[in-house]
Design a protein around this ligand. Structure first.
Ligand code: ZN
Length: 212
């Protein structure tokens, strides 16, 4: 199996607990599940509908504030932004609007608004989206196309521990809609391929890169 990200031949291992053939790329550190586990959008929606993301919930605001604290420290204040894959709630884009940033939100299931196909942005944020993508490289490239030169892409997805042993006991892989897993190295490889600069990460789940 070729790596979804860098095309390098990936190692295969079997995840006994999930009963899923899984692949690990030594080159870019990407881990991904077999295509047979990929679900259609309708099946994914029934799972996402269970997510209890209430915008009134102080905990949910605090969760996004932690993301924005990391990202805006690295990026400054952008003029405009897109929340790509926002889910049912538009809370993150509303929090950016509160800070004076013009912000669109897009989600293929809940907010299929198409402004982002014509707009260009200083910042695109995408939280807990990339681990769901069947073709993360294609989406990465499509998002770069929506950025202004010098614009930033900020992604939140849990980084795996870099070892197959660590992966086998990792809670994050258990969600059946989570199919592809990254480390900062994976995004450094994507940056190299698409001519971006890797700006930084928090060592855990948030990274920022810049389109040059
Ligand atoms: Zn790879």
């Amino acid at each position: 199996m070729r790596c979804l990200i860098c095309d390098h031949p990936a190692d295969t291992f079997y995840d006994e607990k999930l009963k899923v053939e899984t692949y690990h790329c030594q080159q870019c550190a990407c881990i991904f599940k077999s295509h047979e586990t990929h679900q259609a959008l309708a099946a994914q929606k029934s799972r996402y509908d269970l997510h209890e993301n209430n915008p009134e919930d102080a905990g949910y605001r605090a969760y996004f504030q932690r993301f924005l604290d990391v990202v805006l420290t690295l990026v400054g204040t952008p003029r405009n932004a897109l929340d790509f894959g926002c889910g049912r709630s538009r809370l993150l884009s509303e929090m950016l609007i509160e800070q004076g940033v013009v912000c669109d939100a897009y989600d293929p299931i809940y907010h299929p608004d198409m402004e982002y196909h014509t707009n260009k942005y200083d910042l695109i944020v995408s939280t807990e989206v990339f681990e769901h993508l069947h073709d993360p490289k294609m989406v990465f490239e499509a998002l770069l196309d929506r950025l202004n030169a010098g614009g930033y892409l900020a992604i939140q997805t849990q980084f795996h521990s870099s070892t197959v042993e660590g992966y086998r006991t990792w809670y994050y892989r258990q969600d059946p809609t989570h199919i592809v897993f990254f480390t900062p190295q994976t995004f450094r490889v994507l940056c190299g391929r698409f001519g971006c600069t890797y700006v930084g990460d928090n060592g855990k789940n948030i990274l920022v890169l810049r389109k040059d």
